[in-house]
Design a protein around this ligand. Structure first.
Ligand code: S3P
Length: 278
């Protein structure tokens, strides 16, 4: 059934199709830069078994994020983009291209679009390593703490002092979910980004997550407390915090970078990232 703005089946009578098994979005609704909107509310279709979006930028449109939240299998339009390009190339050049090329090119493009997410304790080098890595890969670096400051309209110490940690964590979830919807970024997260399960899931879905597992001793030899309200409670409290979080970092990360040293960590991440591509 084709749904259009006018005609017999339109957006006004969508409820006629509540038995739909598959929905394909063939409109540009939700496409970059006008992201965060979806053409339909999936809750109206309780029998859905699959959702396809012909859009491929961003990789996960609002429609697909909604499908994920409802645990409905879904895919974006990247495969179709590559498959039609293969056919066009065959047509224009009069040659035949193996279908296997579609999977190979698709995997390559998907890896290029995925974000690189850095997690770990404060002071472990997320921002520094992130900046150099972004530079090397020609990507944009975004710092989740900066995004939080921008959204909240005040500094992190001010949020902690005036509103408390719970409010800070809400801002953090908001910032991470906005960043997670974008593609091809290097994202430096705050040390507590892994505390909420929702955050861990959204980071994992947005790309490849690297845990910079820097020994606490090294971290404490730096000026780690500056601008970090949670870290002023002394060594023991910090050790406790680090111990509690290890399990969460491990649960969230796709890859652990042990004792990350600048150049070494960057090449390690680069190698893993390239290795993930065919
Ligand atoms: C926090 C770490 C900070 C910042 C906030 C809370 C934490 O980020 O998000 O102060 O809970 O560990 P950095 O890890 O970049 O210092």
């Amino acid at each position: 059934v084709v749904i259009s703005r006018s005609g017999e089946n339109n957006y006004e009578n969508l409820q006629r199709h509540e038995d739909a098994a598959v929905i394909v979005n063939a409109t540009p609704v939700g496409m970059y830069p006008n992201t965060g909107v979806s053409p339909v509310d999936l809750k109206w279709f309780p029998k859905l078994e699959g959702v396809l979006d012909v859009i491929y930028n961003p990789a996960r449109t609002q429609l697909l994020l909604d499908a994920e939240a409802l645990h409905i299998p879904c895919a974006n339009g990247l495969w179709m983009l590559v498959a039609q390009a293969k056919e066009s190339a065959e047509y224009f050049t009069g040659t035949s291209i193996d279908d296997a090329a579609i999977a190979e090119i698709h995997a390559n493009l998907a890896a290029q679009m995925a974000n690189i997410v850095l997690i770990g304790m404060p002071g472990c080098g997320k921002s520094t390593i992130g900046a150099l890595l972004a530079d090397k890969l020609g990507r944009k670096l975004v710092d989740a703490d900066e995004e939080i400051t921008r959204l909240a309209g005040k500094s992190i110490p001010a949020i902690f002092a005036e509103d408390g940690e719970a409010v800070f964590r809400d801002w953090e979830t908001k910032a991470l979910s906005q960043l997670g919807k974008q593609s091809a970024l290097v994202i430096a997260t705050g040390g507590g980004a892994v505390l909420r399960e929702d955050n861990r899931l959204l980071l994992q879905r947005s790309g490849t997550v690297f845990w910079l597992d820097r020994p606490l001793f090294d971290i404490m030899s730096t000026d780690f407390q500056t601008g970090r309200p949670l870290l002023t409670a002394g060594r023991e409290a910090l050790e406790r915090l680090a111990a509690e979080r290890r399990v969460l970092y491990a649960a969230c990360a796709h890859h652990r970078i042990a004792k990350p040293l600048l150049e070494q960590a960057i090449s390690q991440i680069e190698e893993i990232w390239k290795g993930a591509r065919p």
